[in-house]
Design a protein. Structure first.
Length: 86
């Protein structure tokens, strides 16, 4: 995973949430979501958190982490989806 992949993931399955961003991973098992979170931690040095959504799970990226990621993912964003970054 790199910044290009993360930008496409956010554009496809991300939602602005408060000051941060939610990655909709409700179709994944808990084990798979934790695996994806570990990739985000390792590759991008961010601290995502796990949210329970009616017995499914999604990944929340805090506003400060999103601010750190923005300069790296903006070049890969389509203008129509910039609202997802706040």
């Amino acid at each position: 995973m790199d910044y290009t992949v993360l930008a496409h993931w956010i554009q496809g399955d991300g939602n602005k949430n408060r000051k941060g961003l939610v990655l909709n991973t409700q179709g994944f098992t808990l084990k798979e979501v934790i695996f994806l979170m570990n990739i985000l931690i390792y590759k991008f040095q961010i601290t995502p958190s796990l949210q329970n959504d009616r017995d499914n799970y999604r990944i929340y990226i805090k506003g400060k982490d999103l601010s750190m990621l923005k300069p790296h993912i903006l070049p890969f964003f389509v203008e129509h989806f910039l609202y997802k970054l706040g």
